[in-house]
Design a protein around this ligand. Structure first.
Ligand code: CMP
Length: 136
């Protein structure tokens, strides 16, 4: 059965800073993702806190929010069959040290914090995250 989905992807500050935007987008396109919408923005820490609210009790929450708001990011709506799962596979493990060959985080990630990309973890959260950045 067809399951065309959308998911939210973020190219994080470490990757934008290293001018990896074009290469990372090519990796998405080569895997058959369509980029439906995209924008380059810099967010306030208060917005990062809202975006990562599910992590608010975690010890890394404050650093995570400082980091996501530390420089420009590229936010994108990606579309593909089973986009949420396919995007998570293409990104690789959260910690680049554990990521498989051929994944974005293996290729470009620096550390668990500077792991180059974010992707929604479920179809439900994808809708929430898409609304967060593209609420028009
Ligand atoms: P992301 O997919 O954007 O979701 C939350 C982020 O928290 C995650 O990627 C990591 O960059 C960051 N993070 C930092 N420390 C941890 C940790 N111990 N476990 C999970 N995520 C972490």
């Amino acid at each position: 059965m067809s399951n065309l989905e959308q998911t939210l992807s973020i190219i994080k500050p470490d990757a934008v800073e290293r001018n990896l935007e074009v290469e990372i987008k090519e990796m998405f396109k080569n895997k058959g993702f369509q980029i439906l919408k995209e924008k380059k923005i810099q967010i306030e820490k208060s917005e990062a806190e809202k975006f990562y609210k599910v992590h608010e009790t975690k010890p890394f929450y404050n650093d995570l929010c400082d980091y996501l708001s530390s420089g420009p990011i590229v936010v994108m709506i990606l579309q593909k069959e089973n986009a949420v799962k396919e995007n998570r596979e293409l990104m690789g493990a959260t910690n680049p040290k554990d990521a498989d060959d051929g994944t974005i985080r293996k290729k470009y990630g620096i550390s668990i914090d500077k792991n180059s990309v974010h992707g929604s973890d479920s179809a439900y959260n994808a809708q929430i995250e898409i609304q967060f950045f593209f609420n028009d």
